[in-house]
Every structure is written in structure tokens, then in C-alpha cells.
Design a protein around this ligand. Structure first.
Ligand code: ADP
Length: 344
């Protein structure tokens, strides 16, 4: 019925109604009483009244549909994305269909989003309680042993207190990382960019990390003749990125290995590379490496004091700068992390 004009349709229906009326009267009126002038008169009366009736129903329904379209539109505009259908077609029923379909799409996306959040929430809570359980149980064990007489035993009392303190430290690290990640994910943490020399910052981090690296015989290097490289970023957050990546290169580095920090000029950005010759990462783990709590070797990570949150914090920070981070790795040979920053 799409190609047929509504005026033609109206005339057609009115004519059919009028013909039916005349036929009805012709069939049910005895012949002696039927006259053609009356039939013509009835035809016109029926035609006009059907036209008025159809027009009235037509406008009445269209008005209702218009109102429905407006209600759905307003409802969507109050919580959902505005309609994609630019002032739409002249056909009200089509408009209503558009709006209802778009509305149903919104609801579907919302449900999917809620489902994802629910899965994420459960997974997150499970991971957090799992991470906190170990240090809490350790502390409880040490305290119970001390209460059971260990306190008077000079061969263990100090040692157990020191171990309990280590577990408290571990809890603090986990809580700090959780706080950082929740601030980054809720967007609470604002990036405060400034112009600074990234080479100087990297040298500063190397100096702070040197002791930790030397314990494993690892050397941290930066090109000797490098000139200052200015970037525009949040200095404090980028320090955290470099620290996390260097700490990982030490944790998962080979004894007497090397971690190299390099800088590359790529147009409007600078690429910062942190490369180690450590244990490396098997290919299948790379796509999930930046997920929270993802670890290649869980026991090794925990043994090294890892929370499984370091790389996810790093990724959030880089993404908050609208920049990118990449990883390349060969199992047994080493890993290279590289991220970009806007030139300052
Ligand atoms: P973690 O606290 O466990 O170190 P991260 O988020 O920092 O958590 O890293 C996630 C996982 O990625 C680690 O558990 C480790 O398996 C792997 N990984 C990270 N950096 C390196 C690296 N430089 N060399 C080898 N493996 C790495």
C-alpha cells in the first residue's frame, strides 16, 4: 500500500462504502419503491458521510500516534541516547516504529551492560577477597602462635612479629593498588598534565629502583648521550607507569640481566620503551595481560609481591592520556613494553 496516495485511498474507500450502501438499499427495498434518483442521492450522502467519518478516524488515530511518538521520544531523551532518526519520515506509524525499535535497542544494550557489570562485580569481589585472604590468614596464624606461648619464646617472637608486619605491608600494597584502580575506573582521578623532561623522570626512577635491581644483579640502563625529551603529561602518574614497568622487569627478569629504557621520536609523540631480557611471556597470554588480576604464573607473581593489578593500572593511566601501550615478548628471551606520550 506504500505507493498509493492516501487521498486516493480515502476516495476509494468512500466510493466502496457508498456503492455498498446503494446495493444494500437496492437489494432490501421492494422494486416498486426503488427509484434511481433516490439511489444517486443515497450514493452522495453515503460518500460524503463515509469521507467525513474516515477523515475523522484518520486524524484521531494520527493524533494519538503522534502523542505516542512524542512520549517515547521524551522517555528516551530523559535517559537514553537521543533518536538517531533525524526528523524521520512523514509516516507517523513508521515514526512510531522507529522510536519503539530504537527504544528496544536501548533497553537491550542497557541489559547487556548491566549483565557485564554484574559479572565484573562478582569477579572483582572474588579476586579481592582471594588476594586479601592469604595475608590476613598469615597474620592470624602468627598472632595465634604468639598468644599460645610464642610471645615468651625469644627464638620466634620477634621473627613472627616481623612476618606479620610483612603481611600487613602486603595488604597495604593490595589496598593501594585497589584504590588506584577504582579511582581510575570511576574517572575520579583527574589527569593533571604539565610539560616535563621524561628522560630526567626515567633517570630518577632508575636511581630509586637501583637497589632492588642490584639485589638480583640486574642493571638498569638509559642511553648515555641522550638529550632531554619534553612531554606533556601527568608527571606523577607517568612516574607510576615507569615504576610499575621497571619493577616488573626486575621481578620477571633473569639474574644478572638488563633492563633498557629507550626513547623514540615518532611525529607528535614520543615512544618510551622498557625492554628486559627476562623470562618473557608466552604468546597466548599477551591479549589478556592488561586485565586486572591477570597473571601468567600466579605463584611466581605472589612470591614476588605482585597483586596482578600493576599492568592494568599502567594501561588505565596511559589511556587516560589518550595514548597507547603495547607489549612484545618472546618466552625465555624477554619482554618489551612501549607506550606513547604527547610531545611537550
Ligand atoms: P603482578 O603484580 O602479578 O606483577 P602485573 O599486572 O604487573 O601484575 O603483571 C601481570 C602479569 O604479567 C604478571 O603476573 C606476569 O606474569 C606478567 N608480566 C608482567 N611484566 C612482565 C615482564 N616484564 N616479564 C615477564 N612477565 C611479565
Amino acid at each position: 500500500m506504500k505507493g498509493v496516495s492516501s487521498n486516493f485511498l480515502l476516495l476509494f474507500i468512500a466510493t466502496i462504502c457508498a456503492i455498498l450502501m446503494v446495493t444494500g438499499i437496492y437489494l432490501f427495498t421492494p422494486n416498486e419503491y426503488f427509484s434511481w434518483s433516490q439511489a444517486v442521492f443515497i450514493f452522495f450522502i453515503s460518500f460524503i458521510s463515509s469521507t467525513i467519518l474516515i477523515l475523522w478516524v484518520h486524524f484521531f488515530i494520527l493524533k494519538k500516534i503522534d502523542r505516542l511518538v512524542e512520549t517515547v521520544k521524551n522517555y528516551r531523551a530523559n535517559g537514553d541516547k537521543p533518536s538517531h532518526h533525524k526528523n524521520q519520515s512523514s509516516n507517523n506509524i513508521e515514526n512510531l516504529n522507529f522510536e519503539i525499535e530504537a527504544w528496544a535497542d536501548d533497553r537491550k544494550n542497557e541489559n547487556e551492560q548491566l549483565h557485564k557489570l554484574e559479572v565484573y562485580r562478582k569477579e572483582f569481589l572474588g579476586n579481592v577477597s582471594h588476594e586479601l585472604k592469604t595475608p590476613v590468614f598469615n597474620i592470624q596464624g602468627y598472632i595465634l602462635t604468639l598468644l599460645d606461648g610464642g610471645l615468651e619464646d625469644p627464638s620466634i617472637n620477634r621473627n613472627y612479629l616481623m612476618r606479620a608486619e610483612k603481611s600487613v605491608d602486603r595488604m597495604i600494597t593490595i589496598i593501594d593498588d585497589l584504590e588506584a584502580i577504582s579511582q581510575l575506573e570511576t574517572g575520579e582521578l583527574q589527569i593533571e598534565p604539565e610539560r616535563f623532561d621524561i628522560v630526567l623522570l626515567a633517570k630518577d626512577v632508575i636511581e630509586a629502583m637501583e637497589m632492588k635491581a642490584t639485589e638480583k644483579g640486574i642493571i638498569l640502563t638509559i642511553p648515555e648521550d641522550i638529550k632531554p625529551v619534553f612531554v606533556y603529561a601527568d608527571r606523577f602518574r607517568i612516574r607510576q607507569v615507569i615504576v610499575n614497568l621497571i619493577v616488573n622487569s626486575i621481578k620477571y627478569g633473569k639474574e644478572y640481566g638488563e633492563t633498557k629504557i629507550r626513547f623514540y621520536d615518532i611525529g607528535d609523540t614520543v615512544s618510551i620503551e622498557i625492554a628486559d631480557n627476562g623470562i618473557g611471556i608466552a604468546k597466548e597470554h599477551l591479549p589478556r595481560l592488561f586485565e586486572r588480576f591477570y597473571r601468567v604464573d600466579k605463584s611466581r607473581s605472589r612470591e614476588q609481591g605482585g597483586t596482578g593489578l600493576g599492568l592494568s593500572i599502567v594501561k588505565h593511566i596511559i589511556e587516560a592520556h589518550s595514548q597507547t601501550i603495547n607489549v612484545m615478548s618472546t618466552e625465555g628471551a624477554g619482554t618489551v613494553f612501549s607506550f606513547t606520550l604527547k610531545k611537550g
